[in-house]
Structure formats: structure tokens, C-alpha cells
Design a protein around this ligand. Structure first.
Ligand code: PMP
Length: 388
């Protein structure tokens, strides 16, 4: 059966021809290019205090967590971080998962089943989409950032539902735009629905001192709002968490399969996240600096003649349209010393391939000068991005 996997070769050739083949690129240790592709918004991944906290936790606890949260995997690093994160976000409780992806899957599948309705923003992250699918609940995918569409879905459900949940990101991962959380919460309240907000790109960047979009919208501590958070972006490490009412958190401990059956997050990651949160509390200006730097990157891209979207968070998108042109532009940036994000279908719609410039709090004048130089060297799209 030597031809068993031929179909995979055919698929790969089709993706290659469409400019959609994905390749792993190994990052070298040490000082590399200016990084506008990662999610280390606050520059805390390599911060001395965060490194020291992780190293000390490895010394105390070893390299792993040794078991699931319910068996041997819960250490004081996990429980202290949960307490501190809930306190930071103004919520009753928090629960750490081993990634943000699993936090979304765990939350949604533990709350919703086939009798329930999930109303999900069209541009929600893959982890939210997968969570919705796995739950087996009825789903309505609604227009991006549209409280009116959400209301229509809640009001117009043909079959009565047991409970409804509305799912959105607070700051969307691809375009960096911000959800109208206060309006969404209003609609939810009129229909008795709970609002589930993925704060992966909100915490550390948005709201007072980086407390995220829900906090900024006056929803901190609300009994009908539940947040998911990742530790892998602003907090510079790995892991995820659900943050919200105590009853929800207690239910997840009993019912969330990725919590129960997954080996717990390594204690060193929880310790690193605690250190990162401590720094963010002490230096709340870090969050504002990301916004200022994003505005500056946007100006640099526009001055370079590129079609750049104005950032509302850390992200500026430069939509070049064609995937091959976008990959070539990203390669050119890297050769010039700047690593930028490169997004092609299926991560973005056809004809909307783009470079993504992610601002960080710790960009220097030399970094900005380099970015300006490489962006000026990118060939401009002939008629702006394809509008397919
Ligand atoms: N939600 C959103 C909006 C994200 O962008 C990501 C990460 N790309 C996740 C969830 C998943 O988080 P993690 O990387 O911690 O699994």
C-alpha cells in the first residue's frame, strides 16, 4: 500500500499552486529581527523577573506538573495565579487551563449542549469555532460586531432554546478591532443570555492598566459575563484561563473535559504569568505604550504608501490581497530585519491576504527606523487589495 498517502501529496501540490502552503520556520536563539509577528505585546516573555520566576518554579516543582489538575497537577502557583488574575479583572474566580484554546473548548462544551443556542461572531477565533462545534449546541453565526444580528438570532430562533450564550472576542485577533461589548451585554440581558468574551488580545493591551475590553465596558464582575484569557500573549508565557462567577468556575472543575483530562499547565508557566501580572500592576503604562506604538507603526506603514488599517489595539493590518505577493513581502521584511505576521486563507477571507504588524511596548527608536526602511521597500499592490 505504498500509495496510501498519495492524496496528501495531491493536496499539498494544490495548496502550493494556490500560494497557501504553510512552512515551519525555526527561530534562532538570541537577538534576531525586530519582532512584529509574535504576541508578546508587553515584551514580558524575556523580562528578567518573569524568567527568574519561571526558573525558580522549575527549581521548586520540576519541569512539569506531573498530572491533571484534579490529581497532582494543582500547585500553589496555579491557585495563587487564579486568585490574582480574578482580582486583577474584578471577577469572583478564575481557573487555569493548559492553553487559551482549551479554555474556550472547556468553557463552551461544559456550559452548552444540543438544547442550547450559541450565537457566535463571524470572525471569532478557530478555538471558539471548534468549541461551538464540539458542544453540539445549535449555532447562529452572526455578522461581525453586530449587536443587531445577535438580537435577531436570539429573538428569531425557530425552535425554543433552553439557554443562550453569545460568543465574541473583545479585541479581534486578525484586524485588532474592538467588539461593542456594552451593547452586546445589553442585548444579552434583554434575552437572558450569557455573554462569553475571549480576552486573548484584550488583557494587557486594553482597558485601565490592561484589564481588558470587558473591564473597559463596565462589565467587570458581571454575573452574566464569562471571560477566557490566554497567558501566551501579554503575559509572555503559556496557558489559558476562564474568569468569571464562582458558580461557573466550580462547574468547570466538575465538567470541563480539557480541564479534567489534560495534564495541568507546568507550574513554571503559572509562576511566569504571576510575575508578568505583578509587572503589569506595577507598570500600567505598559498597556498604553502598546497603543502608542501601534499608532506609530500605522503611521509608518501609511507613509510607506501601504494600505494599512488604523489600529484600535496592537494590530495594524496591511492588506495586499494576493497570497503570493503577501508571502513575498513578508520574506522581504524578514531579509531586511523585521519579522511580520503573514495571514492567508483560510485564516482570512480569499483576496484579503495581509501582513500583520503587531506593536510591542518595548520597541525602540532603532526598531521603528528599521521598520520604516523595510516597509518602504515593499512593492505596492497595483490597485489596492483584491476585493473578492
Ligand atoms: N483566542 C484567540 C482570540 C487567540 O488569538 C488565541 C491564540 N491565537 C487563542 C484563543 C488561543 O490561545 P492559546 O494560544 O493560549 O491556546
Amino acid at each position: 500500500m505504498n500509495d496510501m498517502w498519495d492524496w496528501l501529496g495531491t493536496r499539498a501540490a494544490q495548496r502550493e499552486a494556490a500560494g497557501l502552503r504553510r512552512r515551519l520556520r525555526t527561530r534562532e536563539a538570541g537577538a534576531g529581527p525586530v519582532d512584529l509577528a509574535g504576541n508578546d505585546y508587553l515584551g514580558l516573555c524575556a523580562h528578567p523577573e518573569v524568567r527568574a520566576a519561571a526558573a525558580e518554579a522549575v527549581r521548586i516543582w520540576g519541569a512539569g506538573s506531573t498530572g491533571s489538575r484534579l490529581v497532582t497537577g494543582t500547585t500553589s502557583e496555579h491557585t495563587e495565579f487564579e486568585r490574582e488574575l480574578a482580582d486583577f479583572l474584578g471577577a469572583e474566580a478564575a481557573l487555569v487551563f493548559s492553553s487559551g484554546y482549551l479554555a474556550n473548548v472547556g468553557l463552551v462544551t461544559a456550559l452548552a449542549g444540543p438544547e442550547d443556542l450559541l450565537v457566535s461572531d463571524a470572525l471569532n477565533h478557530a478555538s471558539v469555532i471548534d468549541a461551538v462545534r464540539l458542544s453540539g449546541a445549535r449555532r447562529a453565526v452572526v455578522g461581525h460586531c453586530s449587536p443587531r444580528d445577535v438580537e435577531r438570532a436570539l429573538a428569531g430562533a425557530e425552535v425554543p432554546y433552553r439557554r443562550a450564550f453569545v460568543l465574541t472576542e473583545s479585541v479581534f485577533s486578525v484586524d485588532g478591532d474592538v467588539a461593542p461589548l456594552a451593547e452586546l451585554a445589553d442585548v444579552c440581558r434583554r434575552y437572558g443570555a450569557a455573554l462569553l468574551v475571549d480576552e486573548a488580545h484584550g488583557v494587557g493591551v486594553h482597558g485601565q492598566g490592561g484589564r481588558g475590553g470587558a473591564h473597559a465596558a463596565g462589565l467587570a464582575g458581571a454575573q452574566d459575563v464569562v471571560l477566557t484569557v490566554t497567558l501566551s500573549k501579554s503575559l509572555g508565557t503559556q496557558g489559558g484561563a476562564v474568569v468569571g462567577p464562582r458558580e461557573v468556575i466550580d462547574h468547570l472543575i466538575d465538567a470541563a473535559r480539557p480541564f479534567i483530562f489534560d495534564t495541568a499547565l507546568a507550574p513554571s508557566c503559572a509562576a511566569a504569568a504571576r510575575a508578568a501580572l505583578r509587572i503589569l500592576r506595577r507598570e500600567p503604562e505598559l498597556a498604553e505604550r502598546v497603543g502608542r506604538n501601534a499608532a506609530r507603526l500605522h503611521r509608518i506603514a501609511v507613509d510607506a504608501g501601504l494600505p494599512a488599517s488604523a489600529p484600535s489595539g496592537a494590530v495594524t493590518s496591511v492588506i495586499l490581497g494576493d497570497p503570493d505577493r503577501t508571502v513575498a513581502a513578508a520574506e522581504r521584511c524578514l531579509a531586511g530585519g523585521v519579522r511580520v505576521g503573514c495571514f492567508r486563507p483560510p485564516s482570512v477571507p480569499d483576496g484579503r491576504s495581509r501582513l500583520r504588524l503587531t506593536a510591542r511596548a518595548d520597541l525602540t527608536e532603532a526598531d521603528f527606523a528599521r521598520v520604516s526602511e523595510v516597509l518602504r521597500a515593499i512593492p505596492k499592490p497595483p490597485n489596492g487589495p483584491d476585493q473578492s
